[in-house]
Write a protein that binds this ligand. Structure first.
Ligand code: T46
Length: 132
């Protein structure tokens, strides 16, 4: 459910030379099988608009900011991602819509599985019945 969705602090090495964030060990609860990123997203664009059946994802706003609207079939909430040391853990079965990307925003995604279109639910009605 939506209560399983939380921002996770990414450990960092802070120096006068700048910060270094590291993800290893048990920072995220899955093995990373794929890495991809969203960039050059127009400010009026929408991404997402789907749920995943089994995929775990960890989203990091490496640069800039955006909003993510989450729906678990019953409850919904919106989270503003704008700190490169705070990532969002998305568990399976969550509908998400992303918008309000700032200029220069980059969203890094660490994922638990390789790309598989069959893992997507791209229709909200189908998502609602999947959750029932
Ligand atoms: C998500 C949000 C946060 C691939 O061929 N390989 C890939 O690894 C990915 C991620 C996408 N694609 C293709 C599939 C589509 O034809 O790229 C196109 C756009 O993918 P998608 O509709 O998934 O794009 P977003 O930005 O709406 O969603 C992406 C992730 O795919 C998705 O899992 O949760 O970012």
């Amino acid at each position: 459910t939506i209560d399983d969705i939380s921002l996770i602090s990414i450990p960092k090495i802070k120096e006068v030379r700048g910060n270094l964030g590291v993800i290893e060990g048990d920072v995220i609860p899955f093995e990373i099988k794929r890495v991809y990123y969203l960039y050059d997203v127009p400010s009026d664009a929408q991404r997402g608009g789907h749920a995943h059946k089994e995929l775990y994802q960890f989203l990091i706003p490496l640069s800039g900011s955006f909003d993510i609207k989450l729906h678990d079939g019953i409850n919904k909430k919106t989270i503003h991602l704008n700190k490169p040391d705070k990532g969002l853990l998305l568990v399976p079965g969550i509908w998400r819509e992303m918008d309000n990307f700032s200029s220069g925003a980059v969203c890094l995604v660490l994922a638990s599985q390789k790309f598989n279109e069959a893992d997507y639910i791209r229709d909200f009605k189908t998502f609602k019945s999947f959750k029932r």
